[in-house]
Design a protein around this ligand. Structure first.
Ligand SMILES: Cc1cc2nc3c(=O)[nH]c(=O)nc-3n(C[C@H](O)[C@H](O)[C@H](O)COP(=O)(O)OP(=O)(O)OC[C@H]3O[C@@H](n4cnc5c(N)ncnc54)[C@H](O)[C@@H]3O)c2cc1C
Length: 395
């Protein structure tokens, strides 16, 4: 049992699939299950699907294709800024790689959207669906089981139950897990805000590695979304700097490639960690998105990976007989579908976060040489770009 004891009252309602958590991944899963013929419920602790979350999300080209199939892309496209070039470099040493959409043979390498807009577009898509949507429903405990599991949740001051053949945790990792195989605190936070620059962005994104960690600039509308990895000890000070002092520090860390930084919106910080839940398969239970794995945001993989979790789970569920949902064979097939994509995302982001950080000049020279090498080998560069855009399916 996860998250506390269940009472023994009879379940009030029954569904085939119950999704715990209406973040972007839970919502995407509910949309992907539409038309499957399965009865679906989504339980979200918040009372509304509105988020004042200041982060921006870089959507990979592969995610755009999934969002198109979910019917969400037309709404989102109005707010999405295409990324046509990604410039990867390291502060203080020569060597850089430039990935372009033209070389990769796609219209854009990705798209930047505000997190709130992404969440809203997914939630709007859900309005037209048949899923039972319960907001203000905080799940306190789940008891998955072969055949039929139970969920206990609090809503409007009352404790209620729901039974489901398959319980999907999309709660971002809120409910306790039985076993966490991998957990690492990077000891850094991402400071996020929007910054404007003297030169127009021309749809170019930057990933710049510095001794303190990566700085990402993602083109967003007419400005840039900034993700600045900052050591824990520096976070409060940097958040508290006057705007011009903050911009001056950013200028020193990032350099002049976009000209002067002119203005910054209010800042927020997210502590960064790596976490992968590796509990043994439990009949009737699956985890998706951050509930399954939380990644360092370098290279913008977390949402994209979680979206592929949701998409592949929905497709598998749709082709599985109802009675076999959540059974051993179902879980084995889902595990096999996701294993390499998830492992690739975890390893890539962890290597980039760890190996591309630090002030050692020798290591810096090796990293610079690696970037130059990548830049001079178009087939390798194309493979790398496809991995970023489509995950394991790119191999
Ligand atoms: C600074 C930063 C930048 C990022 N940039 C990118 C990027 O560029 N590209 C990318 O792909 N990814 C990026 N990510 C990662 C991305 O934001 C996450 O992977 C994604 O938001 C995870 O979504 P989720 O739905 O799994 O979890 P969440 O967004 O955490 O949603 C979980 C939901 O579950 C609900 N919930 C929790 N507990 C309960 C409960 N007990 N009962 C009911 N409901 C519950 C919560 O209210 C919430 O709505 C970034 C992350 C950070 C921190």
């Amino acid at each position: 049992m996860d998250g506390g004891a269940l009472t023994t009252a009879a379940a009030a309602e029954h569904v085939d699939v119950a999704i715990v958590g209406g973040g972007p991944i839970g919502l995407a899963l509910a949309l992907a299950l539409d038309g499957s013929g399965l009865a679906v419920a989504l339980l979200e602790a918040g009372t509304r699907f509105e988020r004042g979350d200041p982060r921006a999300i870089a959507l990979a080209q592969g995610s755009r294709l999934i969002l198109e199939r979910l019917g969400v892309w037309p709404t989102l496209a109005m707010h999405a800024t295409p990324i046509e070039t990604i410039h990867v470099s390291q502060r203080g040493t020569p060597g850089r790689t430039v990935l372009t959409a033209r070389e990769a043979g796609v219209p854009a390498l990705g798209y930047t959207v505000e997190y709130g807009q992404l969440h809203r577009a997914l939630a709007q898509g859900l309005h037209a669906q048949a899923a039972l949507v319960l907001t203000g429903a905080r799940v306190g405990a789940v008891r998955p089981a072969a055949g039929c599991g139970l969920i206990e949740y609090d809503q409007a001051g009352q404790t209620r139950q729901l039974s489901a053949r398959l319980i999907v945790l999309a709660d971002g990792g809120g409910l306790p897990a039985r076993g966490t195989v991998l957990a690492k605190d990077y000891g850094v936070s991402a400071i996020v805000c929007t910054v404007s620059t003297h030169l127009p962005h021309a749809h170019t994104a930057y990933e710049r590695f510095t001794p303190q960690g990566p700085i990402a600039l993602l083109p967003l509308s007419e400005a840039y979304a900034l993700v600045w990895t900052t050591p824990a000890a520096e976070v409060e000070r940097r958040l508290g700097l006057a705007e011009q002092d903050f911009l001056a520090e950013l200028q020193t860390a990032f350099g002049e490639r976009q000209g002067r930084f002119l203005a910054a919106s209010p800042r927020a910080a997210f502590p960064l960690r790596l976490r992968q839940v590796g509990e043994r398969p439990r009949p009737g239970l699956v985890r998706v998105g951050n509930a399954a794995q939380t990644l360092h945001p370098v290279a913008g993989q977390g949402f994209n990976l979680g979206l592929r979790d949701a998409w592949q789970l929905a497709r598998l569920a749709a082709e599985t007989p109802r009675s076999a949902l959540g059974g051993a064979d179902f879980l084995a097939r889902y595990g096999a579908l996701r294993r390499w994509d998830v492992a690739g995302g975890l390893v890539m982001t962890d290597v980039l976060a760890e190996l591309f950080t630090g002030a050692d000049p020798l290591a810096g020279a090796v990293r610079g040489a690696a970037l130059t090498l990548l830049d001079t080998l178009p087939p390798l560069k194309r493979t790398f770009a496809r991995k970023m855009m489509f995950g394991a399916a790119a191999w």
